[in-house]
Design a protein around this ligand. Structure first.
Ligand code: 5GP
Length: 345
């Protein structure tokens, strides 16, 4: 047993210090980022916010809505190749810059992935997603997918430490997904005691990835636009959102009536609810590591996205960053014991 005594921080432990700035208006702030991916050598430009590949967030309707503003949707893995093909046939080719196809690591998942790539040759992003990215088998799958699809952008995760980010980048991942336990409907930390405060995970993993020309996605734990700003300030290249994009017309969750209020079902992908829906129940050998909740119904996702982008632009003007790209360079975090005034909730 060993104790690492260095304190690790979450979003709630810091604020961003304002800095003198020459920017006149937040409308001047450039939110698009352009990346060249290490392995696939493809170039991408867009707003680096990704809807999570959960079946009550990462839907085709979400992809259509977010793509209009340059953002990305990681589609959940329960769409058949035919469904994807039908949807994409109705879209402009530029949609491929705004969708990721998700896969697990079982043989059946990889067969489905091969069928999808065969059916959609223009597909750009593949997201290989497991709760625990630390296994040898996961690394082998990343290598295998890289060998199969040398020109696709591979996102792989989740991990939270630099050495595993390096291993995944060297094994073929262009982008490593970072986050164990911070998610809004995640119970991993309670069920297993495993986790890593997300802000520190982002800082350490971004540093490890960037040293090898890899990138990261900060996945989970953002509860407001300020948290997203902190994630970018900490050095993430993309930020993935689940709960913040749940509850909208496009989110795909069932709309329910709770004491006269409209609410929407939202659940973790390894919750009992998700496993019962997709795999016929929770297998004996595993515990569910997610919960099912309802969130207030929030109408079209466009309003929420514009709110988030407005918040991020404002962060940039507070620190004098003319572009989202400059935000991390201009960020000084201060450690705090308070966040915001809760007098009125
Ligand atoms: P949020 O933005 O809601 O805080 O976090 C979204 C992320 O939570 C997802 O992208 C995914 O990584 C993670 N997540 C989703 N469902 C589950 C689950 O059932 N269990 C755990 N441990 N994490 C989940």
């Amino acid at each position: 047993m060993r104790i690492d005594n260095e304190v690790k921080l979450g979003f709630k432990d810091v604020l961003i210090r304002p800095k003198r700035s020459t920017l006149k208006s937040r409308s001047q702030v450039e939110m698009n980022r352009t990346y060249v991916f290490r392995h696939s050598q493809t170039t991408w430009s867009g707003v680096p916010i990704i809807a999570a590949n959960m079946d009550t967030v990462g839907t085709l309707a979400m992809a259509e809505a977010l793509a209009r503003h340059g953002a990305v949707t990681a589609l959940h893995k329960y769409y058949s190749p035919e469904e994807l093909k039908r949807f994409l046939a109705r879209q402009d080719d530029s949609i491929y810059d705004h969708i990721m196809v998700s896969t697990g690591t079982m043989d059946a998942d990889l067969e489905r992935l091969k069928q999808i790539v065969h059916a959609l040759p223009l597909l750009k992003f593949i997201c290989i997603d497991v709760a625990n990215g630390y296994t040898e088998n996961f690394v082998a799958v990343v290598q295998r997918v890289r060998d199969l699809f040398p020109d696709k952008v591979i996102i792989a995760g989740n991990v939270v430490t630099g050495e595993m980010v390096e291993e995944l980048v060297l094994s073929g991942a262009d982008v490593v997904k970072v986050g164990i336990g911070p998610g809004s409907v995640c119970t991993t930390r309670v069920k297993t005691g495993v986790g890593y405060p997300q802000l520190s995970a982002i800082i350490e993993c971004a540093d490890a990835a960037h040293g090898l020309k890899g990138l990261i996605v900060a996945d989970g734990g953002c509860t407001c636009a300020g948290d997203i700003a902190k994630a970018f300030g900490a050095g993430t290249d993309f930020t993935m959102l689940g709960g913040m994009l749940a509850g909208h017309d496009e989110s795909g969750g069932e709309i329910l009536d709770e004491n006269g209020e409209k609410v929407v079902a939202f659940y973790g992908m390894s919750s009992r609810a998700a496993m019962e829906k997709h795999s016929g129940g929770v297998a004996d050998y595993r515990a569910s590591e997610g919960k099912a909740v309802t969130v207030p119904y929030r109408g079209p996702v466009e309003d929420t996205l514009l709110d988030i982008l407005g918040g991020l632009r404002s962060t940039c003007t507070y620190v004098g960053a003319a572009k989202l790209k400059e935000l991390s360079k201009r960020t000084t975090f201060i450690r705090v014991m308070e966040q915001h005034n809760r007098a009125f909730g």
